[in-house]
Design a protein around this ligand. Structure first.
Ligand code: ADQ
Length: 500
């Protein structure tokens, strides 16, 4: 149902999503293969395109080849939208994606200032890649298109598009935290980056504090008038809306999967194979921001301090490989392997294994089975824009059982106050909260889970989409053919949908 409302909302407009990575990686061997990419933004937008049955997604295909500037109908088995690949050279990828994006902006947004590397040539490369994207978007544009740029890899793209099309509706959603001005201000190119973002009509963040941080940066570094209450930046000739819309998930989809007999069977098999009474679960992209090492230390401390739980509990950590070309990520992988080895060496006994570590991407049915099987999910990032795993786990608890432990530094914590909160840096806190969660009276955990599930269902992916798309202005003139009356109608429709 929620997706139908979105297609009604879009009417005859086409949604053009622009992101750095595509929803699939294109592999060319004897024949072409598509491998789904794993990550929060892709998880969020794929169901939308599938349901809308049309639209255009412009992205880099994951390969640096001369042949990748092509259109691919997706999903391959039942196409509902078109992927237009942007061709990037090896140099572009290493300077922009592995360079400024992964080594500069990512750690900066997550407050890992000590890890930030800023090199002028990487900034040039980032600008160049944003220009390549702009060229492709302009090539593909049709009247009535809405352009929706995703994330920090393409922050200057809205500015480039605005220069070319004054009336094109442009939105930008920033999927990671937006740091406080004292941290963002470290960026040598803070001014052009902010100016580029302001090419948008509407800029979305997950939570109010990120939106406020952004406004404070605009005020301080660009000297522009901002309105914190209304969430606006005033430019010479227009206003930019700055909004907080927390991203949701396809809650109905996760619930349906969790109830499926096949998933239930798989979950029972997982439990049987573990041979322990309680199962703890972690699911992450392998990234230092996700706090996997600290989580393992917390679990180790828990086993040290609570001998009664040994042989009763198993911790399953699933980590999907990520950014393997970056040295730090390879180092972190080694450290995690060592921690898992150390915990196993210390505590394994009589056929009981305290921790199981799967270093791979798991298919949706298996992921759902793990969510169904787990008594406790540990979502303890050191910093996270939102964190969809928390919501996916909650949506899968269709009997209102199980418990969620949530870092206070994840955006998701704002909307899920019933989760067991931890400071992920405090190993003793993690250990004692694991104990508290596993021993929480059933009545209390059930009530907490019920409330969390209701919220995750209410504020799902459809709610997020309707909300964010409803913030788009739909001006008359180039780039859109309906007038302002239509914008008002659209807003009313959003309000109607939101009230139901
Ligand atoms: P990510 O940092 O990628 O997203 P997250 O929100 O947790 O983080 O999303 C990860 C997605 O990958 C989830 O849908 C999860 O199911 C999936 N996943 C993780 N490990 C997996 C595995 N081993 N196998 C299969 N699937 C796996 C960024 C921001 C987040 C923000 C999202 C969306 O960093 O803070 O929530 O974008 O805005």
């Amino acid at each position: 149902m929620p997706f139908r409302a979105i297609t009604e909302l879009l009417g005859d407009r086409r949604l053009v999503v622009v992101s750095n990575r595509a929803p699939v990686d294109v592999h060319r061997g004897v024949e072409r293969r598509f491998v789904p990419t794993v990550g929060g933004m892709v998880s969020a937008l794929m169901p939308v395109f599938k349901a809308a049955g049309r639209g255009l997604w412009i992205a880099w295909s994951g390969e640096s080849s001369q042949k990748s500037q092509e259109r691919i109908p997706l999903p391959a088995d039942d196409p509902s939208f078109m992927l237009r690949c942007v061709q990037l050279s090896e140099r572009d990828v290493s300077g922009s994606y592995y360079g400024l994006s992964n080594r500069g902006l990512w750690p900066l947004a997550h407050y890992f200032v000590g890890r930030c590397q800023f090199r002028l040539e990487q900034w040039h490369s980032y600008r160049h890649v944003n220009e390549l994207f702009a060229r492709v978007v302009l090539e593909e544009l049709r009247p009535k298109d809405l352009v929706w740029v995703q994330d920090f890899h393409l922050a200057t793209l809205p500015g480039l598009l605005r220069e070319a099309r004054r009336n094109l509706p442009i939105g930008l959603f920033w999927h990671v935290p937006f740091p406080a001005w004292a941290v963002f201000g470290i960026l040598p190119w803070r001014r052009p980056l902010l100016e580029g973002m302001l090419g948008s009509d509407v800029i979305g963040f997950h939570v109010q504090s990120y939106a406020r941080n952004f406004l404070a940066c605009v005020e301080r570094f660009l000297g522009l008038p901002v309105d914190y209450e209304r969430g606006t930046v005033t430019l010479k000739d227009r206003q930019v809306r700055v909004v907080a819309w927390p991203i949701g998930i396809d809650a109905e989809g996760f619930e349906t999967l969790a109830r499926a007999p096949d998933v239930q069977l798989r979950a029972a098999r997982i439990r049987r194979q573990l041979g322990s009474q309680q199962m703890i679960l972690g699911v992450d992209r392998l990234d230092y921001t996700k706090g996997i090492l600290e989580r393992l230390q917390g679990y180790e401390r828990f086993l040290e301090q609570s001998p009664a739980f040994r042989r009763r509990v198993t911790f399953v950590q699933i980590a999907v490989p990520s950014r393997e070309r970056v040295d730090e990520y390879r180092r972190m992988k080694r450290e995690i392997d060592e921690s898992v080895g150390r915990i196993s060496g210390r505590f394994t006994s009589d056929g009981w294994v305290p921790v199981r570590y799967l270093y791979r991407s798991v298919p949706p049915l298996d992921l759902a089975a793990h969510y169904v099987a787990a008594d406790l999910a540990l979502v303890t990032p050191l910093r996270d824009g939102m964190n969809l795993v928390a919501k996916e786990y909650v949506a899968s608890r269709v009997y209102d059982d199980g418990m969620l432990m949530l870092s206070e530094f994840a955006g998701a914590a704002e909307g899920l106050p019933e989760a067991v909160r931890v400071n992920p840096y405090n190993i003793d806190d993690v250990a004692s909260q694991i104990r508290a969660a596993l021993t929480m009276p059933r009545e209390e955990s059930s009530e907490r889970m019920r409330r969390m599930r209701a919220r995750v269902k209410r504020e799902d992916i459809g709610w997020w989409l309707r909300g964010f798309l409803g913030e788009f202005p739909l001006p008359s003139g180039a780039g859109a053919t309906r007038g302002d009356t239509d914008a008002a109608t659209l807003r009313r429709a959003v309000a109607d949908v939101a009230n139901h």
